[in-house]
Design a protein around this ligand. Structure first.
Ligand code: 6PG
Length: 226
């Protein structure tokens, strides 16, 4: 597990885009999958990736590490955020979570898991993740059922106070070739220190089972690290 500290969000976006571009270029297969993180932190990185000249986006299969159970054009949708910041501007293939008005989220999660099996094969190549100030990542929150899932790769998860979410699970994230956490801001300093000190919060549980993990953080987020 490596940690890269950037001065500020702008440098974080710059360093993250370069790191992701290098991982994409290092993949020797015809197609390479890129799992996208939700939330607000990745936006700067997505916008910077648009200008990264050395990425052949035509070979990239983009998918979502998690999604809120809202229509695809809803402002809370992680797919909407990824499309507006990056995917509408590059020729990558994008596999959105299949929304349906009145549809059970569990059915959508099962359908998406089948789609991921087709595009990822057995192992995701690169997965970007954020981290909440409670240590959650994707939509794996402490005390929720999805965190304990050991069979399915992608499930619906009812999160208290946040409603239904659909999320990659530990089995899927642990099979990723590369995990890249993007964490910025003073509000994350305390929980980042707890995670780095080994507290078994969801982000740590994800990182501990993965082959290659990079934490890209800014100085405010790193300010409580030993
Ligand atoms: C989501 C994300 C979630 C996010 C963290 C951090 O759907 O909200 O997947 O895991 O990455 O909550 O969010 P911020 O980057 O907005 O702090």
């Amino acid at each position: 597990m490596r940690i890269i500290v950037a001065r500020d969000p702008a440098e974080l976006a710059e360093r993250a885009a370069a790191h992701i571009a290098a991982l994409l270029a290092a993949s020797r297969s015809d197609r390479v999958s890129l799992g996208l993180a939700g939330g607000s932190t990745p936006r700067g990185t997505y916008e910077r990736l648009r200008e990264q000249a050395d990425i052949d986006w035509t070979r990239v299969d983009a998918w979502l590490g998690d999604e809120r159970w809202v229509p695809p054009d809803h402002g809370d949708s992680n797919g909407w955020a990824a499309r507006t910041a990056l995917l509408d501007h590059v020729p990558a293939a994008f596999f959105a979570v299949p929304w349906g008005e009145g549809r059970p989220p569990q059915a959508a999660a099962e359908e998406y898991a089948a789609t991921l099996q087709q595009i990822l094969g057995d192992r995701p190549d690169i997965v970007l993740l954020g981290m909440g100030d409670d240590g959650h990542t994707a939509s794996l929150f402490s005390g929720t059922a999805a965190l304990a899932e050991t069979d399915s790769d992608f499930v619906a998860n009812l999160v208290p106070g946040r409603g239904w979410r659909l999320t990659a699970t530990l089995p899927l994230l642990h099979r990723a070739r590369h995990l890249v956490f993007l964490v910025a801001g003073q509000a994350k300093a305390s929980v980042l220190a707890r995670v780095m000190n080994g507290e078994p919060l969801p982000s740590r549980l994800v990182a501990d089972g993965a082959e290659d993990v990079t934490w890209l953080v800014d100085e405010p987020a790193a300010s409580a690290l030993d």
